[in-house]
Design a protein around this ligand. Sequence first.
Ligand SMILES: Nc1nc2c(c(=O)[nH]1)N[C@@H](CN(C=O)c1ccc(C(=O)N[C@@H](CCC(=O)O)C(=O)O)cc1)CN2
Length: 296
Amino acid sequence: MVAQVIDGKAFAAKVRAQVADKVAKLKEEHGITPGLAVVLVGEDPASQVYVRSKGKQTVEVGMNSYEHKLDAETSEQDLLALIDKLNNDPAVHGILVQLPLPKHLNEDLVINAINPAKDVDGFHISNVGLLATGQKAMVPCTPLGCLMMLRDQHGSLSGMDAVVIGRSNIVGKPMAQLLLGDSCTVTIAHSRTRNLPDVVRRADIVVAAVGRPEMVPGDWIKEGATVIDVGINRIERDGKTRLVGDVDYASAAERAGAITPVPGGVGPMTIACLLANTLTACCRANGLPEPEGLTA
Ligand SMILES: Nc1nc2c(c(=O)[nH]1)N[C@@H](CN(C=O)c1ccc(C(=O)N[C@@H](CCC(=O)O)C(=O)O)cc1)CN2
């Protein structure tokens, strides 16, 4: 079997077009423009690129973008003061603090200072709890993007066997909650999982989110399974820097029914879902119906 390639770039463009359409209606019918504030602390080169893309795409869908770039030495107190200001700014519907933060800042403390209703990353402990208990939450962008692609591929996911490899708070755990919410039978696998190849071979859906280049070989993949590769790993090969996922794409594509590439798979969906979450937060803040098809 040769796998269908799930084009995340094209999918993300469709999501952004849907968001732009709904933002235009919000402005026209209610005079409201959603606003997203992104906070970057320090000069991490990858983070700078992601924050720039977020600002550009926010403006492209018709939303207001507020960028706050702070020194690497910014104190926790100053960062918390900025978050407090954004929490109380009615023009700001979504707040995102780009991760990772410099080592001297306590990530949990900072994230939990964001008003949960504006926490468009879905990382605040209240949103984590709401998602885990099946209540209306802000849902982390990368897992939301994966869920959208899986629903598009299969329609209903009910009863499917899903394995999530990786147990991070940002991807693995929320991904498992979302799949459970769609009535999958879910296994969370990790570095201590026994017989990992056999666990993965049982799965109709494999989500790989471990951050280890090409760790999942094709012979772990059940014939016809859908493979979602969340990994973005920079490696040196043949004297060149290349981006690879957590799945060995070439061998997995020979067995999978469908697979996301790296780059151009899950990655672009992360920012598209951030825009979708900002729109959702804005609708909720104004007591308006949530945008259909853009939430979990
Ligand atoms: N506060 C947050 N911080 C971070 C998040 C997040 O969701 N919230 N996720 C990542 C970084 N990230 C967005 O912030 C992100 C990562 C990757 C991509 C993407 O489109 N990747 C491309 C490849 C890009 C490249 O060449 O490097 C792809 O996969 O095709 C978008 C956003 C950590 N921090």
